[in-house]
Design a protein around this ligand. Structure first.
Ligand SMILES: [Zn+2]
Length: 121
């Protein structure tokens, strides 16, 4: 059983729920701004022919992708919160520091594992 204080738990849940909504809204806004979406031109645009469009599309893609990743992480954390699996390090299985979870509610690695991981890059 996870020994997160109830207060921390509730706080994290609130943050995650809000984050989920905000990101979904942002993704929709980005997709609306993407000039390529909906025109069926997606992969066929030639580089240089319409650099503004390609630029906008590229930006929307990159932004959209990172938002989708954050959204997926947020949803996963929420599912874990409900099932009681939240806060476990995916690498070593230890409990992630509550202070860390408060700062990064979607963290899936404990501090030492994430340090090891990022030092490898
Ligand atoms: Zn760990």
């Amino acid at each position: 059983m996870l020994n997160l204080p109830q207060k921390t738990f509730e706080k994290i849940k609130k943050v995650l729920l809000r984050q989920e909504k905000e990101i979904e809204k942002e993704i929709k806004a980005i997709e609306k701004d993407d000039p390529v979406k909906g025109d069926g031109l997606a992969e066929s645009s030639e580089p240089g022919t319409d650099s503004w469009m390609a630029d906008m599309h590229g930006r929307a893609l990159v932004l959209g992708q990172s938002l989708h990743t954050i959204l997926a992480n947020t949803k996963k954390s929420l599912a874990n919160l409900r099932s009681g699996k939240y806060g476990k390090c995916e690498n070593c299985g230890k409990q992630i520091e509550p202070e860390r979870l408060e700062v990064i509610p979607t963290a899936t690695l404990c501090l030492s594992c994430s340090r090891k991981k990022s030092s490898k890059k």
